[in-house]
Design a binder for this molecule. Structure first.
Ligand code: MCN
Length: 829
């Protein structure tokens, strides 16, 4: 029985039904309006002149030729817009001392990464604008390029922002001993029998959403409408109003159907602000749509951290302490939540284990690269990778089975709710049951036997099994908690439900789907809550003129927070309809039962009224009770008390060809617990999508810069986003432990697969070749790296750049020369 059934007492025919998504027909047949499809009378087109150098003073920008080019209406430089452009916002000052250098939408006198805007062309056609880009002549006076974080934090290092004292933006610390959630970490390490230390690399990734970023701004007198392929129309409206000074009530932001975001569209983009400024100046509609190369080069990137991880344990395998030190690459500027990403991860490093002591430190470091920011999981994949990798390393050190080590240390089912050493109260779950099911799905015992046979026979193809038993914090979330973490916004969500005269239902949500299928899932929630047919529900979203309040979609928060607001609004609708029904049925409200969309009088089976009939009656409003307004609608805002904590066990069986370094996922099995499942088809799809991205980090994707700060993976030829054909079949399953913190009982699923899968894949590869002396392989596990790790030791080294992709080509240059030696920053081995 689900929490929703508990709540209404009514049968729940929709919750749990694998409905096909109602939005898909228009999306997959192209019968929708993407932002770039918008055509407005007199609309002008923007193209951006971008810096080809990573760090330089701008000494001159000559736009004369561009201004005279055919079709060009105007050309603006940073100097032209300096007075009005303000600074792009950073909404997460993780420490009071955090240094934020500010971020102009268009560079004025210096550039700090390749791709930064230095001029913008406005023309009557897109091609005219793009052609004129070539005619802008910019003189740069080069400055030293800072790329390597370990170098950047040293005394005397070259500076990204030379008016600052160092390249460190902030130093964030969570010390469980000081916070009172754990014991003294240094003491725990001093007392431990065994300490294992690793330096792990979270490579830089690029959110490769299908629809490129695109924005159209239409000025109408003092009013502006902005259409943008964004995940955050509500937040964008607030931020854009603050940056440009356009009054918030004069600015409408619309996110039409949006083709994916993965965190990459959780941003206030320079081009969104430029479109507003230029539309205001010219009084004409303007449009900007990026090319794919612009997207890869300038949309914010994800991950890019160096993790120094130490784990302490006794000889029996009881974990005693965890120490994490991070260098987190901010890139050249702090974007919307750049500094918060690693800080959010801080709370997840202990994973599902009962550590008595924990200390986390992070330096946010400026480099001359594109800023990093949210990317599916944002902080939690990095944390999960670190803990699941180091648990395996500890198991090797202790000579223990890695699953036995996990079992020995994880939180048991009867210990929930459990407050971890990081201070989070995990809500519900059962790691053992999920693990058992996953082991069966994988066929663990047979694969272990095969692994043994291959090892003994010295087979060229070795087999490994990787484990990731994970949890994550999602459903972002309680406004007070986010406030205590210095996040600039709250975590509530808003919904409104209107019963229309014909009995149809309009649902307005502050959630902003960009591929997650909210129209379908929210219809299921409302159909069950109000007892109306699924087809009678319409879900409206993504337009601040229609859904005026909302905090949008990210952090796997929409069902848990936004869906709960919908359920809460439905409760209010039922309460109001009950008053009207009691009046019309001449019965007391207390004598009415509501089930299956119908109010009936207890003890009088024939007497009843459907909620959809009541909607028509109240529209006519000929007969309704005193003190009741003649409408059936309601609004609700839901702000949960806690995050939700999905968990699961992910297992990967991996074949490694020891002669070529090629790896192949033989089998992938996972069992996830996301509480009440509203739509199993959507949940499975979300898990599949997340797995694709998590596996892609492990095996394929990496943003690489050369020594001058040029992105050498600026096309999909070099930045390897896997297709379905590159991925294995996934054997998925679920356990259900409802979340006590929301009326649906749900936990988020949007990021789970991405968070869990990366360490499972890397652990599998290592498990296959560990007997050959390999202790680490750097992601992505290209054949070259795997081969090098097997035959030359280390972690396979930096990725080749020029003239190469991950699957071969000449290695003519390496990235930033980061040492591949094990760290000396952690405890002793
Ligand atoms: N769901 C469900 N039962 C559950 C949990 C979720 O039926 N117990 C359904 C929900 O109703 C919703 C979907 O699964 O339709 C995802 O719900 P949720 O976990 O609440 O996540 P959000 O809707 O908040 O989506 C955000 C999440 C994130 S953070 C990223 S990144 C991501 C993701 O979703 N980006 C995506 N999935 C994506 N999917 C697509 N197609 N495109 C993206 O850009």
């Amino acid at each position: 029985m689900t929490a929703v059934e508990d709540r209404t007492g009514a049968p729940s025919p929709e919750i749990g039904k694998a409905r096909k998504r109602k939005e898909d027909a228009r999306l997959i047949t192209g019968r929708t309006t993407w932002t770039d499809n918008m055509v407005l009378p007199g609309m002008l087109h923007l193209a951006v002149v971008r810096s080809p150098v990573a760090h330089a003073r701008i000494t001159n920008v000559d736009v004369t030729a561009a201004r005279e080019a055919p079709g060009v209406v105007a050309v603006y430089t940073g100097a032209d817009l300096a007075e009005e452009q303000g600074s792009l916002p950073c909404a997460w000052p993780v420490t009071p001392e955090m240094v934020n250098p500010g971020h102009p939408s268009i560079a004025v006198d210096r550039v700090n990464h390749v791709g930064e805007a230095v001029a913008v062309i406005v023309a009557r056609s897109k091609t005219a604008a793009q052609d004129a880009v070539e005619l802008v002549d910019v003189d740069y006076d080069s400055l030293p390029v800072v790329l390597d974080m370990e170098e950047a934090v040293k005394d005397g290092a070259d500076l990204v922002h030379d008016h600052l004292e160092s390249n460190t933006s902030y130093h964030f610390v969570f010390d469980a001993g000081e916070m009172g959630t754990g014991s003294d970490t240094d003491q725990a390490f001093a007392d431990a029998d065994v300490v294992v230390s690793r330096r792990l690399i979270q490579q830089r990734l690029i959110p490769a959403f299908m629809e490129p970023r695109s924005v159209v701004v239409q000025p109408q007198g003092e009013n502006y409408t902005m259409w943008s392929a964004t995940q955050i129309p509500h937040i964008l409206r607030v931020m854009a109003a603050m940056v440009t000074g356009i009054p918030e009530h004069k600015l409408r932001v619309v996110a039409p159907d949006v083709g994916g975001g993965f965190g990459g569209k959780l941003q206030v983009n320079p081009e969104e602000i430029l479109c507003l400024l230029i539309a205001r100046r010219l009084g004409k509609p303007v449009k900007w749509t990026e090319t794919r190369s612009e997207s890869l080069m300038t949309a914010h990137h994800g991950r890019d951290q160096i993790q120094y991880v130490d784990i302490a344990a006794d000889r029996e395998g009881n974990v005693k302490g965890l120490r994490v030190r991070l260098l987190a690459d901010m890139g050249a500027y702090l974007r919307l939540i750049t500094p918060g990403v690693p800080a959010l991860g801080a709370f997840m490093y202990p994973g599902i284990y009962k550590f008595p002591a924990y200390r986390f430190e992070c330096d946010g470091v400026f480099t001359n690269k594109v800023p990093t920011d949210a990317y599916r999981g944002a902080g939690r994949p990095e944390a999960t990778f670190a803990i699941e990798r180091i648990m395996d390393e500890l198991a090797v050190e202790l000579g223990m089975d890695p699953m036995e080590l996990r079992r020995k240390n994880w939180i048991n089912a009867d210990e929930f709710p459990f407050t971890t050493v990081a201070g989070l109260a995990y809500d519900s779950g059962d790691y053992e049951t999920a693990t058992q099911q996953a082991l069966e799905l994988l066929g663990y015992d047979e694969l272990r036997a095969e692994q043994q046979r291959r090892r003994e026979s010295g087979d060229r193809v070795q087999l490994g099994i990787g484990i990731s038993t994970f949890t994550e914090m999602c459903g972002l979330a309680p406004s007070r908690v986010l406030g205590s973490l210095s996040f600039g916004a709250g975590g509530w969500e808003h919904a409104a439900i209107r019963m229309l005269p014909t009995g149809k239902v309009e649902v307005v949500t502050g959630s902003t789907p960009h591929g997650q299928g909210h129209e379908t899932a929210w219809s299921q929630l409302v159909a069950d809550s109000l007892g109306v047919p699924f087809e009678d529900v319409e879900v409206l979203h993504g337009d601040t003129a229609i859904s005026s309040r909302g905090l949008d979609t990210y952090g796997s928060r929409s069902l848990v927070v936004g869906g709960s607001a919908v359920v809460k609004a439905a409760d209010k609708v039922i309460a109001k309809a009950r008053k009207i029904a009691a009046h019309l049925l001449e019965a007391s409200e207390d004598d009415l039962e509501f089930s299956g969309g119908r109010f009936s009088v207890r003890g009088t089976p024939g007497a009843g009224l459907g909620i959809q009939e009541i909607a028509l009656a109240i529209f006519a409003a000929h007969d309704y009770p005193e003190g009741v307004e003649p409408s059936i609608d309601a609004e609700a805002t839901f702000d949960p008390e806690n995050f939700s904590f999905p968990h699961g066990t992910h297992l990967c069986a991996m074949e490694v060809d020891t002669e070529t370094g090629f790896v192949k996922i033989r089998k992938y099995a996972c069992v996830d617990d996301v509480g009440t499942i509203v739509n199993p088809l959507i949940v499975e799809g979300q898990v599949h999508g997340g797995l694709a991205q998590g596996i892609a980090q492990a095996l394929y994707e990496e943003a690489v810069y050369d020594a001058d700060g040029n992105l050498t993976t600026g096309t999909f030829v070099d930045y390897l986003v896997p297709s379905a054909a590159d991925l294995p079949h996934f054997d998925t399953g679920n356990t259900v432990h409802t979340a006590p913190g929301n009326p649906i009982g749900a936990k988020g699923v949007g990021e789970a697969g991405c968070i869990a899968s990366t360490p499972a894949v890397v652990n599998a590869a290592l498990d296959a070749v560990r007997h050959l002396g390999v202790t680490d392989i750097r992601m992505p596990l290209t054949p070259e790296r795997v081969w090098r790790a097997i035959h030359a030791g280390g972690d396979g080294g930096d990725r080749a750049t020029a003239g190469s992709n991950a699957y071969g080509g000449a290695q003519t240059e390496t990235t930033t020369g980061v040492s591949t030696e094990a760290s000396s920053l952690g405890g002793d081995r």
